[in-house]
Ligand binder design. Structure first.
Ligand code: HEC
Ligand code: HEC
Length: 478
């Protein structure tokens, strides 16, 4: 009798527990299992290139070797002159944020985003470097780059009439064994934090980059027109200043192409001058001459360049000829888009429900599920392909809560590109500054005064708990 009573109590407790679990929808967290990203497009594995007209057929080519070489270069760690063992890349610094593309773009595979352990903590003092680690760089936090929205006046206060917004590199090579005695100091991040004059950006993933690059402007404009006047959403495009075409890479869609981004990242993030950005960069507002002592200009420029002399390479092949920048871009261009799951988390029915709710409440107005690419001259899988990117590549006003007061091209202080959501299932950090490590936080961050997403987020908040859970499961299936 006693035992029976005990059993019924425990059944009752279990029921309460189940109801409790169902009531609170939660981000299922990063999807386990294989990365499902980081490998090349299938047509690269099959060595298929697109023949030039008039043949216009599929031909066998050397594309796989280019991918393999490019991936190796993307993973390389730089030292100042390439003389430190295991750090063969040439040109680090004098200022930098990290020492290799693959260190920041690492999760869940090379090419992705911030890994769980921030490499910048090691970068700061590698090979004798004596950098102070700013308080916003944490071992278990996201990789971050910093910008100061405004220049400082001589009294140490930010001047709201003097917009800055350029990247302030975190570290210098000072103290490194290969630094040639170069002695320069870090910007004052503590002052910038005290005066609230600092914003952060975390890495965006590059999987499927070749598909994003090859969506024609007319396709983007047609998608914009199809979504016009919907739910108070009115996105615009960022444009490249000189040729006037739609730019699309980066948190504010500020950059035109993968090669442009690669050139800029090589100089800004790692301090490696190259054929697109030929001089070592001063910090924003800093004079080239006074800012950078002669003994800090250590290598001939540009540090990365086309390799004319293949005899200096151990096993010269044609893939050695292009510069790192060209090959970095090729790596990202040929990376396959992230693979989706149809069953985890939450099961196929929940994912399918979440997918349709994502459309019906209006998330998909900005996060356009797919757009078709134009014919590609590189390889078959980039041609007339569906890019399931979940972005319109437009910039939207996201309100006071997300505004970072940095303008880039025609993107103003509160405008951001609808973040492509493919690969979301395995990402650890969200929103441009990495403020969220949970999808509910990322969704709620859309809502603040002046945000185009307010109606849609209200729609999300009006869903039942199990419907919200379906949306979260769907997002983590991407
Ligand atoms: C210190 C970390 C760091 C390093 C090193 C780094 N990146 Fe990034 N990467 C970022 C951040 C942060 C962003 C987002 C910048 C923004 O939009 O403001 C980014 C964005 C990108 C994007 C844009 C992708 C998209 O669709 O938005 C590309 C392409 C890219 N990086 C390529 C590279 C390449 C190539 C290298 C090596 C030369 C590199 N990155 C090195 C941090 C890094
Ligand atoms: C008005 C356009 C718009 C709508 C509507 C919208 N989003 Fe977004 N979304 C954005 C923009 C822009 C960002 C990037 C914001 C930032 O980082 O500051 C973003 C970021 C995200 C992120 C974080 C991605 C990352 O890379 O960090 C998630 C997740 C997300 N959105 C999901 C949703 C869901 C779910 C809905 C519907 C409930 C939705 N969004 C509705 C524009 C929109």
């Amino acid at each position: 009798m006693k035992a029976l009573k005990f059993a019924s109590v425990s059944v009752f407790a279990t029921v309460v527990l189940l109801i409790g679990t169902a009531a609170a929808q939660t981000d299922p967290g990063p999807r386990g299992g294989a990365p499902g990203a980081g490998g090349p497009l299938g047509s690269v594995t099959r060595n298929e290139c697109v023949d030039k007209p008039p043949g216009n057929g599929i031909v066998t080519c050397d594309i796989q070797n280019f991918f393999t070489d490019a991936q190796m270069r993307f993973q390389e760690v730089d030292s100042v002159s390439g003389t430190i063992q295991g750090e063969n890349g040439i040109g680090l610094g004098p200022r930098f944020n990290s020492r290799g593309c693959g260190l920041c773009h690492a999760q869940p595979a090379t090419g992705g985003t911030s890994p769980s352990t921030n490499p910048q903590v090691t970068d700061a003092n590698a090979d004798g470097a004596q950098n102070t680690i700013p308080s916003f760089i944490m071992a278990n936090g996201p990789v971050r780059e910093a910008r100061f929205p405004f220049f400082f006046d001589s009294d140490g206060n930010p001047n709201p009439n003097a917009p800055n917004g350029g990247v302030e590199d975190l570290f210098t090579i000072t103290g490194r064994s290969d630094a040639n005695g170069c002695a320069i100091s870090q910007p004052s991040f503590a002052l910038a934090q005290q005066t609230n004059n600092i914003i952060f950006r975390i890495p965006t993933p590059t999987f499927g980059g070749g598909l994003i690059e090859n969506i024609d402007d007319s396709t983007l404009l047609a998608n914009q027109a199809a979504n016009a006047n919907s739910l108070g959403i009115a996105g615009t495009f960022n444009h490249n200043g000189n040729d006037g075409t739609i730019s699309r890479f980066g948190w504010k869609a500020q950059n035109k192409s993968l090669e442009m981004f690669a050139g800029e990242a090589y100089n800004v993030e790692q301090g490696v001058s190259n054929e697109l950005f030929t001089q070592e960069r001063p910090l924003p507002g800093e004079d080239q001459q006074s800012g950078l002592p002669a003994n800090c200009r250590i290598n001939p420029t540009p540090e990365d360049h086309t390799n004319f002399n293949l005899s200096t390479h151990p096993q010269p092949t044609t893939v050695d000829t292009p510069s790192d920048v060209v090959q970095f871009a090729m790596f990202m261009r040929l990376l396959a888009p992230p693979a989706r799951s149809t069953s985890t988390p939450g099961g196929g029915t929940s994912i399918a429900n979440g997918n349709s709710l994502f459309g019906s409440i209006g998330c998909s107005v900005c996060h356009t599920p797919s757009l078709r690419t134009a014919p590609s001259s590189f390889t078959t899988d980039l041609s007339n392909a569906l890019a399931n990117l979940f972005s319109d590549l437009e910039i939207h006003h996201m309100g006071t809560g997300l505004a970072d007061n940095v303008s880039q091209g025609s993107a103003g202080g509160d405008q951001f590109r609808s973040a492509p959501l493919w690969g979301l299932g395995q990402r650890l950090f969200f929103i441009h500054d990495g403020r969220c490590n949970d999808l509910l936080c990322a969704i709620q961050a859309h809502q603040s005064s002046g945000s185009e997403a307010n109606t849609v987020i209200a729609n999300f908040n009006n869903l039942s708990s199990s419907q919200k859970q379906d949306v979260l499961n769907f997002l983590r299936s991407l």
